[in-house]
Write a protein that binds this ligand. Structure first.
Ligand code: UDP
Length: 235
Protein backbone atom coordinates (compact mmCIF):
# COMPACT_ATOMS: atom_id res chain seq x y z
CA UNK A 1 0.00 0.00 0.00
CA UNK A 2 1.40 3.45 -0.95
CA UNK A 3 -0.64 5.44 1.54
CA UNK A 4 0.65 6.66 4.89
CA UNK A 5 0.19 4.19 7.76
CA UNK A 6 -1.64 6.14 10.48
CA UNK A 7 -2.03 3.39 13.06
CA UNK A 8 -1.32 -0.30 13.51
CA UNK A 9 -3.32 -2.44 15.91
CA UNK A 10 -3.25 -6.16 16.65
CA UNK A 11 -5.53 -7.20 13.79
CA UNK A 12 -5.79 -4.13 11.55
CA UNK A 13 -3.85 -1.25 10.02
CA UNK A 14 -5.30 2.18 9.27
CA UNK A 15 -4.04 4.09 6.22
CA UNK A 16 -4.62 7.71 5.17
CA UNK A 17 -6.43 8.64 1.95
CA UNK A 18 -6.44 11.96 0.07
CA UNK A 19 -9.51 12.91 2.09
CA UNK A 20 -8.52 13.64 5.72
CA UNK A 21 -11.95 12.47 6.90
CA UNK A 22 -11.69 9.05 5.22
CA UNK A 23 -9.30 6.16 5.97
CA UNK A 24 -8.58 2.69 4.64
CA UNK A 25 -8.92 -0.11 7.19
CA UNK A 26 -6.69 -3.08 6.30
CA UNK A 27 -7.46 -6.48 7.87
CA UNK A 28 -4.43 -8.62 8.80
CA UNK A 29 -4.20 -12.36 9.54
CA UNK A 30 -2.72 -11.76 13.01
CA UNK A 31 -4.66 -13.22 15.92
CA UNK A 32 -4.07 -12.38 19.56
CA UNK A 33 -5.76 -13.29 22.82
CA UNK A 34 -5.35 -12.71 26.56
CA UNK A 35 -4.14 -9.15 25.98
CA UNK A 36 -1.53 -10.17 23.42
CA UNK A 37 0.01 -13.03 25.43
CA UNK A 38 -1.13 -15.60 22.86
CA UNK A 39 -0.37 -14.72 19.25
CA UNK A 40 -0.55 -16.49 15.89
CA UNK A 41 -1.29 -16.02 12.22
CA UNK A 42 -4.53 -17.55 10.96
CA UNK A 43 -4.37 -17.92 7.19
CA UNK A 44 -6.99 -15.78 5.46
CA UNK A 45 -8.55 -14.50 8.72
CA UNK A 46 -8.23 -10.89 7.53
CA UNK A 47 -10.05 -11.65 4.29
CA UNK A 48 -12.84 -13.49 6.11
CA UNK A 49 -13.31 -10.84 8.84
CA UNK A 50 -13.27 -8.03 6.27
CA UNK A 51 -16.07 -9.74 4.33
CA UNK A 52 -18.05 -10.79 7.43
CA UNK A 53 -17.84 -7.37 9.08
CA UNK A 54 -18.74 -5.59 5.82
CA UNK A 55 -21.92 -7.66 5.48
CA UNK A 56 -22.93 -7.10 9.13
CA UNK A 57 -22.18 -3.36 9.01
CA UNK A 58 -24.20 -2.99 5.80
CA UNK A 59 -27.16 -4.75 7.43
CA UNK A 60 -26.91 -2.51 10.51
CA UNK A 61 -26.66 0.61 8.32
CA UNK A 62 -29.79 -0.51 6.41
CA UNK A 63 -31.56 -0.72 9.78
CA UNK A 64 -30.55 2.87 10.62
CA UNK A 65 -27.43 2.37 12.76
CA UNK A 66 -24.79 5.03 12.08
CA UNK A 67 -21.40 3.42 11.43
CA UNK A 68 -17.92 4.42 10.25
CA UNK A 69 -18.17 1.92 7.36
CA UNK A 70 -18.44 3.25 3.80
CA UNK A 71 -17.68 0.26 1.55
CA UNK A 72 -15.51 -2.82 1.16
CA UNK A 73 -12.79 -2.15 -1.43
CA UNK A 74 -11.28 -5.60 -1.94
CA UNK A 75 -10.27 -8.76 -0.02
CA UNK A 76 -8.53 -7.00 2.86
CA UNK A 77 -9.51 -3.32 2.68
CA UNK A 78 -12.47 -1.17 3.64
CA UNK A 79 -13.12 2.51 3.19
CA UNK A 80 -14.26 4.03 6.48
CA UNK A 81 -14.93 7.43 7.97
CA UNK A 82 -12.12 8.61 10.23
CA UNK A 83 -13.21 8.66 13.85
CA UNK A 84 -11.88 9.74 17.19
CA UNK A 85 -12.17 6.38 18.94
CA UNK A 86 -13.63 6.33 22.45
CA UNK A 87 -11.24 4.07 24.41
CA UNK A 88 -14.03 1.94 25.85
CA UNK A 89 -15.17 -1.55 24.82
CA UNK A 90 -18.95 -1.89 25.04
CA UNK A 91 -19.77 -5.57 25.63
CA UNK A 92 -23.23 -7.12 25.36
CA UNK A 93 -24.02 -10.56 26.78
CA UNK A 94 -27.05 -12.73 26.05
CA UNK A 95 -25.54 -15.94 27.48
CA UNK A 96 -22.85 -16.34 30.16
CA UNK A 97 -19.42 -17.09 28.69
CA UNK A 98 -15.77 -16.23 28.87
CA UNK A 99 -14.48 -13.83 31.47
CA UNK A 100 -17.91 -13.04 32.96
CA UNK A 101 -18.86 -16.69 33.43
CA UNK A 102 -15.54 -17.22 35.24
CA UNK A 103 -15.72 -14.03 37.31
CA UNK A 104 -19.26 -14.57 38.56
CA UNK A 105 -19.22 -18.37 38.73
CA UNK A 106 -22.05 -18.80 36.22
CA UNK A 107 -21.91 -21.92 34.08
CA UNK A 108 -20.86 -21.08 30.52
CA UNK A 109 -23.84 -21.30 28.18
CA UNK A 110 -26.44 -20.22 30.76
CA UNK A 111 -29.05 -17.98 29.12
CA UNK A 112 -29.08 -14.71 31.02
CA UNK A 113 -32.50 -13.59 32.32
CA UNK A 114 -31.63 -10.05 31.30
CA UNK A 115 -29.16 -8.70 28.76
CA UNK A 116 -25.94 -7.67 30.47
CA UNK A 117 -24.00 -4.62 29.31
CA UNK A 118 -20.40 -4.11 30.38
CA UNK A 119 -17.78 -1.47 29.67
CA UNK A 120 -14.02 -2.01 29.68
CA UNK A 121 -11.42 0.73 29.62
CA UNK A 122 -9.18 0.07 26.61
CA UNK A 123 -5.83 0.22 28.34
CA UNK A 124 -3.41 -2.65 27.76
CA UNK A 125 -1.13 -1.75 30.68
CA UNK A 126 -4.11 -2.10 33.02
CA UNK A 127 -5.42 -5.21 31.19
CA UNK A 128 -8.62 -3.49 29.96
CA UNK A 129 -10.35 -3.20 33.37
CA UNK A 130 -14.14 -3.23 33.72
CA UNK A 131 -15.52 0.23 34.40
CA UNK A 132 -18.95 1.85 34.66
CA UNK A 133 -20.20 5.18 33.32
CA UNK A 134 -19.00 7.03 36.44
CA UNK A 135 -15.42 5.84 35.87
CA UNK A 136 -15.73 6.77 32.18
CA UNK A 137 -16.80 10.31 33.07
CA UNK A 138 -14.22 10.69 35.87
CA UNK A 139 -11.45 9.49 33.55
CA UNK A 140 -12.55 12.05 30.95
CA UNK A 141 -13.29 9.32 28.38
CA UNK A 142 -16.93 10.27 27.81
CA UNK A 143 -19.91 12.11 29.25
CA UNK A 144 -23.03 10.75 30.98
CA UNK A 145 -25.09 11.84 27.93
CA UNK A 146 -22.78 10.08 25.48
CA UNK A 147 -22.62 6.90 27.60
CA UNK A 148 -26.44 6.83 27.71
CA UNK A 149 -26.61 7.32 23.93
CA UNK A 150 -24.11 4.51 23.31
CA UNK A 151 -26.09 2.25 25.64
CA UNK A 152 -29.27 2.82 23.58
CA UNK A 153 -27.47 2.16 20.28
CA UNK A 154 -25.77 -1.00 21.57
CA UNK A 155 -29.11 -2.32 22.84
CA UNK A 156 -30.62 -1.72 19.38
CA UNK A 157 -27.64 -3.44 17.69
CA UNK A 158 -28.20 -6.49 19.90
CA UNK A 159 -31.92 -6.51 18.94
CA UNK A 160 -30.91 -6.48 15.27
CA UNK A 161 -28.07 -9.01 15.49
CA UNK A 162 -29.86 -11.71 17.54
CA UNK A 163 -32.44 -12.42 14.77
CA UNK A 164 -29.85 -11.94 12.02
CA UNK A 165 -27.66 -14.69 13.48
CA UNK A 166 -30.71 -16.81 14.35
CA UNK A 167 -31.49 -16.93 10.61
CA UNK A 168 -28.02 -18.49 10.19
CA UNK A 169 -28.73 -21.08 12.93
CA UNK A 170 -26.24 -19.25 15.12
CA UNK A 171 -26.68 -18.10 18.73
CA UNK A 172 -25.24 -14.66 19.46
CA UNK A 173 -23.73 -15.38 22.90
CA UNK A 174 -21.94 -12.06 23.40
CA UNK A 175 -20.09 -9.40 21.46
CA UNK A 176 -17.91 -6.33 21.78
CA UNK A 177 -18.42 -2.98 20.08
CA UNK A 178 -16.44 0.22 19.91
CA UNK A 179 -17.65 3.71 19.10
CA UNK A 180 -16.02 6.79 17.69
CA UNK A 181 -16.87 10.41 17.02
CA UNK A 182 -16.83 11.95 13.55
CA UNK A 183 -15.39 15.45 13.01
CA UNK A 184 -18.81 17.00 13.80
CA UNK A 185 -19.19 14.94 16.99
CA UNK A 186 -21.65 12.37 15.58
CA UNK A 187 -21.38 9.08 17.42
CA UNK A 188 -20.79 6.10 15.10
CA UNK A 189 -20.23 2.37 15.52
CA UNK A 190 -16.57 1.70 14.65
CA UNK A 191 -14.09 -1.20 14.62
CA UNK A 192 -15.46 -4.58 13.41
CA UNK A 193 -18.13 -7.18 14.11
CA UNK A 194 -16.75 -10.61 13.27
CA UNK A 195 -15.91 -13.96 14.88
CA UNK A 196 -12.98 -12.09 16.47
CA UNK A 197 -15.37 -9.87 18.43
CA UNK A 198 -18.53 -12.00 18.80
CA UNK A 199 -19.13 -15.38 20.42
CA UNK A 200 -21.15 -17.35 17.89
CA UNK A 201 -22.43 -20.86 18.66
CA UNK A 202 -24.03 -23.27 16.23
CA UNK A 203 -27.66 -23.83 17.32
CA UNK A 204 -27.56 -27.59 16.73
CA UNK A 205 -24.12 -28.58 18.00
CA UNK A 206 -23.31 -25.61 20.32
CA UNK A 207 -19.89 -25.57 18.60
CA UNK A 208 -17.98 -22.29 18.81
CA UNK A 209 -17.71 -20.64 15.40
CA UNK A 210 -15.50 -17.82 16.66
CA UNK A 211 -12.20 -16.81 18.25
CA UNK A 212 -12.68 -19.18 21.20
CA UNK A 213 -11.41 -21.87 18.79
CA UNK A 214 -8.10 -19.99 18.83
CA UNK A 215 -8.17 -18.93 22.50
CA UNK A 216 -8.92 -22.49 23.67
CA UNK A 217 -6.91 -24.41 21.03
CA UNK A 218 -10.01 -26.11 19.64
CA UNK A 219 -8.61 -26.29 16.09
CA UNK A 220 -10.36 -25.54 12.75
CA UNK A 221 -10.27 -21.76 13.42
CA UNK A 222 -10.26 -20.62 9.78
CA UNK A 223 -12.94 -23.18 8.92
CA UNK A 224 -15.25 -21.75 11.60
CA UNK A 225 -14.84 -18.18 10.29
CA UNK A 226 -15.42 -19.45 6.73
CA UNK A 227 -18.61 -21.20 7.94
CA UNK A 228 -19.95 -17.90 9.33
CA UNK A 229 -19.20 -16.15 6.03
CA UNK A 230 -20.84 -18.95 4.01
CA UNK A 231 -24.01 -18.72 6.11
CA UNK A 232 -24.06 -14.90 5.89
CA UNK A 233 -23.73 -15.05 2.11
CA UNK A 234 -26.90 -17.17 1.91
CA UNK A 235 -28.95 -14.40 3.56
N1 UDP B 1 -14.00 -9.25 23.16
C1 UDP B 1 -13.27 -8.65 22.15
N2 UDP B 1 -12.10 -8.01 22.47
C2 UDP B 1 -11.61 -7.95 23.73
C3 UDP B 1 -12.35 -8.57 24.75
C4 UDP B 1 -13.53 -9.21 24.44
O1 UDP B 1 -13.69 -8.65 21.00
O2 UDP B 1 -10.53 -7.36 23.93
C5 UDP B 1 -15.26 -9.93 22.83
C6 UDP B 1 -15.13 -11.43 22.94
O3 UDP B 1 -14.82 -12.01 21.68
C7 UDP B 1 -16.50 -11.84 23.38
C8 UDP B 1 -17.00 -10.65 24.20
O4 UDP B 1 -16.21 -9.55 23.79
O5 UDP B 1 -17.35 -12.00 22.25
C9 UDP B 1 -16.89 -10.84 25.69
O6 UDP B 1 -15.58 -11.24 25.98
P1 UDP B 1 -15.11 -11.55 27.48
O7 UDP B 1 -15.21 -10.31 28.28
O8 UDP B 1 -15.83 -12.76 27.95
O9 UDP B 1 -13.56 -11.77 27.38
P2 UDP B 1 -12.66 -13.00 26.99
O10 UDP B 1 -13.35 -14.26 27.42
O11 UDP B 1 -12.54 -12.85 25.52
O12 UDP B 1 -11.40 -12.71 27.74
Amino acid sequence: MNSELLYEGKAKQIYATEDPEIVIVHYKDDASAYNGIKRAQITNKGVLNNKISSIIYSQLADAGIKTHFIQRLDDRNQLCRKVDVIPIEFIVRNYAAGSMAARLGIEEGTKLPTTIFECCYKNEELDDPIINEHHAVALGLSTYEEMAEVHKIVERINELLIPLFAKLDVILVDFKTEFGRLEDGTLVLSDELSPDTCRLWDVETQDSLDKDRFRRDLGRVGEAYQEILNRLMKL
